[in-house]
Design a protein around this ligand. Structure first.
Ligand code: ADP
Ligand code: MG
Length: 363
């Protein structure tokens, strides 16, 4: 008997590059899903196939020396291994994966893949795993097996997403607050359709810069540095560390305030914080690119737009835009035309709903 499990991608409204600094993020799970159909096997093998790739892969559950192959299969294999040594022994299974989460666009197809596979493997082996444990196991897989040192945001929101809401997550305590999105606006995601070379290496490099800045300031992470402390002590930091820390410290405070503004229904103020976030990512964290800046500029010129900023790690991928519902069609038409005119690239424009996190599909 086969069963199916789905996990959503996500978009981050504000709070970029703050999760691995133990700060706040404010993402929503969105209506793009990765779905895994799982069928038990009598042996101790896991077999993987994905609609997106021609190659399939089988691995034994008992191989404690398994190494990443630098393939799409690493995400699922990493999750199986992490489940296994986190106290969720697994049984053999065939996994068949399909997805409509745009890949490599900053909407976290990787977490959707990890979480859907993790939930499927755990459930098929008879384990009830909590959402938090599932998120932790998937993060461990991406950090340790895949080798991408991302923070917990993606896995957390793919497991904890809530309908029509965004999640204000404290990445230090993992306490979170569900904030309902005003019914008058839509989350509109603009995909630049570019991904620059730097994307992978720059991420780990930024993370190292932040850790070095925290060490030099004598704190555990940049979360511990207030704006006042930074004003007093930042002069001692090297120029690059100063810039990186300035973004992170400002963004952590901005994210908490922005979530408050949204909870109070103040879309204008929320939009202002989104703009500040983009500027800070562009100037201080230096992770934007010409296509993202252009997409933001085009969006800001449209009527009915409260805020626009790059979302995800940067160097390409997507922007997130908060648009009044009656203006969404015009936004889509005009931004797409202007972006194409300027770059020759047809962008992806997705009008999204915030959805529930990972779950079994019951028919
Ligand atoms: P993002 O998470 O922003 O989409 P990443 O580079 O972190 O970008 O993850 C994308 C990678 O995840 C893909 O290159 C592929 O290896 C893997 N992946 C995501 N979705 C799928 C899928 N449905 N099938 C197979 N591999 C997938
Ligand atoms: Mg990813």
């Amino acid at each position: 008997m086969s069963r199916s499990f789905s996990a959503p991608g996500r978009v981050n409204l504000i709070g970029e590059h703050t999760d691995y600094n133990e700060g706040f993020v404010f993402p929503a799970a969105i209506g793009f899903f990765t779905t895994v159909e799982i069928t038990p096997r009598p042996d101790r093998t896991v077999h993987l196939e994905s609609e997106h790739y021609p190659d399939t892969f089988s691995f034994p559950l008992d191989d404690s020396d398994a190494r990443a192959r630098h393939s799409w299969t690493d995400y699922a294999q990493g999750v199986a291994l992490a489940l296994h040594h986190s106290g969720y022994p697994l049984t053999g299974a065939n996994l068949s994966i399909r997805s409509d989460v745009p890949m490599g666009a900053g909407l976290s197809s990787s977490a959707a893949l990890e979480v859907s596979c993790g939930l499927a493997l755990a459930a098929a082996s008879g384990h009830a795993i909590s959402r938090l444990d599932l998120a932790r196991v998937c993060l461990e897989a991406e950090n340790e097996f895949v080798g991408m040192r991302c923070g917990i945001m993606d896995q957390f929101v793919s497991t904890h997403g809530r309908e029509d809401s965004a999640i204000l997550l404290d990445c230090r305590s993992l306490e979170y607050r569900v904030i309902h999105l005003p019914a008058s606006v839509r989350l509109v995601i603009c995909n630049t359709m570019v991904k620059h070379q730097l994307a992978g290496s720059a991420y780990n490099e930024r993370r190292r810069d932040c850790e070095a800045a925290a060490r030099q300031m004598g704190v555990r992470s940049l979360r511990d540095v207030t704006a006042a402390m930074f004003a007093e002590s930042s002069a001692a930091l090297p120029a690059r560390a100063q810039l990186r820390a300035r973004h992170v410290i400002g963004e952590i405070e901005r994210t908490e305030r922005a979530a408050e503004a949204l909870a109070a229904g103040d879309l204008t103020l929320f939009g202002r914080y989104m703009h500040e976030s983009h500027e800070s990512l562009r100037e201080a964290y230096e992770v934007s690119c010409a296509e993202l800046d252009l997409m933001v500029e085009l969006a800001r010129a449209q009527p009915g737009v409260h805020g626009s900023r790059m979302t995800g790690a940067g160097f390409g991928g997507c922007t997130i835009n908060l648009v009044d519902a009656p203006y969404v069609n015009q936004f889509r038409r005009e931004v797409a035309a202007a972006y194409r005119e300027a770059t020759g690239i047809i962008p992806g424009i997705y009008v999204c709903r915030a959805v529930e996190g990972a779950h079994e599909i019951t028919t």
